[in-house]
Ligand binder design. Structure first.
Ligand SMILES: Cc1cc2nc3c(=O)[nH]c(=O)nc-3n(C[C@H](O)[C@H](O)[C@H](O)COP(=O)(O)O)c2cc1C
Ligand SMILES: Nc1ncnc2c1ncn2[C@@H]1O[C@H](COP(=O)(O)OP(=O)(O)OP(=O)(O)O)[C@@H](O)[C@H]1O
Length: 310
């Protein structure tokens, strides 16, 4: 897959199938749109996901930049979905002020030689968000491309959207988040040294400092599976600031159930499965250890049941 910040100019004969939007999370609704676009590979179209490298909302309304996926994660997931080109167009003032018609002419027609465009019915773009599927269809007639307005995928009660996923994540509804995404919510980072107090209570942990832009469920304890190198481990993770020992940054700290290796310096992907309890301040590490024993027993049972089902 080609990942680029600039809208590329395709070769003279090359045509593209394009979809546009923010694509935070690459949830099941996004995946449906990408599947429609991929149908056009049969007609030799290059598949293009056109997105922005800063959420337009962040730039326009200074909303916090916490996202479900970092740019790198979104890139990797798009590649796994079989996308040929992912454009993360910088949301500059020039792009922000571009009229919808100009955006279509300059980027989609002139550069990408668009042949097919897939968008959701509520898709808006261009200066003052004046561009919509109707305008795209009119321009499609003029510039010889087809527009498919893809019906929104729902979970039976509500349309799936990044906003919906973020709301459920904020509530700690991990199973729901995973169902909307179509994969397990995850975070990644390098395993770094903590204060090494964990091992003094018989609970050595893998600490990672996640990207600052990554959105997290509420501080608390979660049942997780971690992928480290080629291996996967069941475990239990704390997300938060460890009030008992007072950490000053948000960390993800995991006790891996069946692991006694030295993991420092390795990259880990921690996948969330289930919310167990909120993070709490304990009077002592020993008291915390008592709670951890209860948490671990629940975690081991959860994964034993899960593996039995699979
Ligand atoms: C599963 C799990 C649950 C935890 N729960 C809490 C908690 O509720 N409150 C808290 O202050 N720290 C919690 N911690 C963090 C501990 O305070 C931490 O593991 C211990 O202080 C060792 O930290 P260190 O790795 O920096 O040495 C939890 C850690 C794990 C692995
Ligand atoms: N549930 C869905 N089914 C099909 N297409 C969708 C779905 N959700 C979004 N899309 C389409 O995917 C493209 C990218 O969507 P985008 O990420 O901008 O919206 P979103 O997921 O609804 O996010 P937000 O909640 O931030 O508005 C748009 O064309 C949008 O209409």
């Amino acid at each position: 897959m080609i990942y680029t910040n600039e809208v590329p100019v395709l070769k003279a004969q090359e045509r593209s199938a394009v979809t546009l939007g923010k694509f935070d999370g690459l949830h099941r609704g996004h995946q449906k749109l990408i599947a429609c676009m991929k149908q056009k590979k049969k007609e030799n179209c290059t598949t293009v996901v056109f997105t922005f490298d800063v959420s337009p909302l962040v730039k326009l309304y200074h909303k916090p930049a916490k996202t479900l996926l970092t740019n790198e994660e979104r890139q990797e997931l798009a590649e796994n979905l079989g996308v040929d080109v992912l454009i993360a167009c910088p949301f500059t003032d020039a792009v922000m002020n571009m009229e919808a018609e100009e955006f279509v002419k300059e980027f989609l027609v002139k550069r990408l030689h668009v042949s097919y465009l897939a968008v959701g019915p509520d898709f808006r773009f261009g200066h003052e968000r004046k561009g919509n599927p109707e305008l795209l269809k009119q321009m499609g007639t003029q510039y010889d491309f087809t527009v498919e307005v893809v019906e929104k995928l729902t979970d039976g009660t509500r349309e799936i959207s990044s906003t919906y996923v973020r709301e459920e994540l904020e509530e700690g509804h991990i199973e729901k988040v995973n169902a909307l995404l179509g994969y397990q919510y995850f975070t990644r980072g390098e395993i770094v040294h903590g204060r090494q107090l964990g091992r003094t209570i018989g609970v050595p942990t893998a600490n990672l400092i996640p990207p600052v832009s990554k959105k997290f469920p509420p501080n608390g304890v979660y049942l997780t599976r971690s992928k480290i190198g080629e291996k996967e481990y069941d475990g239990i993770s704390n997300v938060g600031y460890k009030p008992t020992v007072k950490e000053n940054f948000l960390g993800v700290e995991t006790y891996l159930f069946n692991c006694n290796e030295d993991l420092y310096g390795q990259e880990a992907e921690v996948r969330f499965y289930h919310y167990l309890r909120p993070e709490r301040k304990f009077a002592s590490l020993l008291e915390l250890k008592g709670q951890l024993d209860i948490d671990m027993a629940k975690g081991r049972q959860f994964f034993a049941d899960l593996h039995e089902k699979l």
